[in-house]
Design a protein around this ligand. Structure first.
Ligand code: NAD
Length: 457
């Protein structure tokens, strides 16, 4: 009979893990290959679900949810045999004649809790990493993207052994029940508020956590910039998925010398991309639900609208909007916007921009647009952020070669590519001595050995 309760599912997964099946590298490769095949085959079904949840344009759904996931799976498939190998490391002199080694071992049964904004990618990429590292996984998609959540549940149930991978759909109640169980790792993507609940619950069993959070990611636009290109890249990055992206530029810090020209270029680009009535554009997504819609609308009164500002509740539509004249203490400049509203503030001198960034919590992403290499280095050295992207935005998360994660308030832990494999592994240290002979230096009586011990260390 199928397991039904959450404890049953976890018990079943623990048994599956203890069978040792997931330790076999070939098993992991086969399962990743299978997952890759399922996603390719069911691409249309997944994109449909994403459309039902938030009217994601097909290209955006494909690129950000399907392609990124397939890429990660392929990369893990190709490299996991090498990542999993026992490696010899240097042996320190006092340990001789022993040899020293490291080997990554799977953690066991892991819980993956996902948000709604990229509801497929943000469950599947962690899942691929957990599988590559040899774990069993229980996935809790977001209740705010119910069609995608159900699609994930259906596909996993149809194609994967429930002892290996299972999906439980539901909201905070289900999360609460899950968090009362013992897992070997919790991988959470979502808000800093819920992350605190997760971490507190995890402390009961000392369960390690990865927290992939968000926050306000600043975007600095220096005077030494090619305005047209910067405006295009920023407009694309901000209004992709209607701004509901953890690494979307949250607000602009623009050099006051180019402010007017730059805002002009942004306005033109918005119209070029989405037309004079973006509501009619097939390339523009909708807000996930009414409560986020209302939250976003409330920001509009906190400053002056430069372009946009139109909204339609029954369609959950908010036009791409630029704002200025907000107080830096207002909610729109304090909370993560997570929608298609882009506040523009200006700075006089470059160090002022850095001071502004440094006076706030460490962001998940920091963007700088400038051709000046010295300024690029200054920002790298003078600020701290999860990632730093120069003359572009959003793109840093598509590469499996780049670890992805926050720092401080924007999260802890990393994934994508090898970093994901490492997150879901324990790196075991091994010392191997020989039984062919025994050096008595360490044994009592110590008498005259101190000098030799000092020399050895
Ligand atoms: P959220 O924190 O509200 O929800 C995330 C998950 O936590 C959902 O599955 C939800 O059901 C669950 N949850 C909600 N309340 C809970 C509770 N009381 N106890 C246990 N679990 C609970 O986040 P969201 O609104 O889905 O997503 C938006 C946030 O996620 C933004 O802050 C965004 O920046 C962040 N985010 C980060 C990344 C990243 O990769 N760093 C990616 C996407 C989104």
């Amino acid at each position: 009979m199928e397991p039904v309760t959450i404890p049953d599912i976890i018990e079943n997964q623990k048994r599956f893990f203890q069978s040792g099946a997931t330790k076999d590298i070939r098993f992991r490769q086969e399962q990743l290959k299978k997952l890759h095949g399922i996603i390719r085959r069911e691409e249309g079904f997944i994109i449909d679900a994403l459309k039902k949840d938030m009217a994601k344009p097909t290209l955006e759904a494909y690129a950000s949810e399907i392609a990124v996931t397939l890429n990660e799976i392929k990369y893990a498939f190709k490299n996991l045999a090498s990542w999993s190998r026992v490696r010899r490391v240097m042996t320190t002199l006092p340990l001789l004649p022993s040899g020293s080694f490291t080997v990554p071992e799977p953690l066991g049964v892991v819980l993956i809790v996902a948000p709604w904004n990229y509801p497929f990618q943000l469950t599947m990429v962690p899942l691929a990493a957990a599988m590559a590292a040899g774990n069993c996984a229980l996935i809790k998609p977001s209740e705010l993207a119910p069609y995608t959540g159900m699609a994930i549940e259906e596909l996993v149930a149809r194609y994967l052994d429930p002892g290996y991978v299972s999906v439980v759909n539901g909201g905070p109640d289900v999360s609460k029940e899950l968090l009362a169980q013992r897992f070997d790792h919790i991988f959470f993507t979502g808000s800093a508020r819920v992350a605190r609940i997760i971490m507190q619950a995890a402390s009961r069993y000392l369960t390690p956590v990865t927290l992939e959070l968000g926050g306000k990611s600043p975007c600095i636009v220096d005077r030494d910039v090619k305005i047209e290109y910067a405006a295009r890249r920023i407009t694309w990055a901000k209004f992709f998925n209607a701004g509901q992206t953890c690494v979307a530029p949250d607000y602009l810090l623009v050099d006051e010398h180019i402010r007017d020209k730059f805002v002009d270029a942004l306005k033109k680009t918005i119209i070029r991309f989405y037309g004079t009535d973006p509501k009619e554009s097939p390339y523009y997504a909708r807000i996930i639900n009414r409560s986020h819609f209302d939250r976003l609308l409330s920001y509009m009164d906190q400053g002056n609208i430069i372009i946009g500002g139109q909204a339609l509740a029954q369609d959950l539509y908010i036009a791409p909007t630029l704002m200025d004249n907000m107080a830096v203490t207002s909610p729109v400049m304090q909370e993560e916007i997570f929608g298609p509203i882009l506040p523009v503030i200006t700075y006089r001198e470059f160090p002022d921009a850095l001071d502004f960034v440094n006076s706030r919590p460490k962001p998940l992403a920091l963007y700088l647009f400038t051709s000046d290499n010295k300024k690029q280095d200054r920002v790298r050295e003078g600020t701290s952020s999860g990632g730093y992207c120069i003359n572009d935005a959003l793109v840093q998360l598509v590469s499996p070669y780049l670890p992805f994660g926050g720092v401080g308030e924007s999260g802890m832990g990393l994934y994508h590519g090898k970093a994901g494999f490492d997150t879901f592994s324990h790196m075991k240290s091994i010392v191997r001595n020989t039984l062919h002979y025994d050096i008595p230096l360490r044994y009592v009586p110590y008498r005259f050995k101190l000098g030799l011990v000092k020399w050895l260390f």
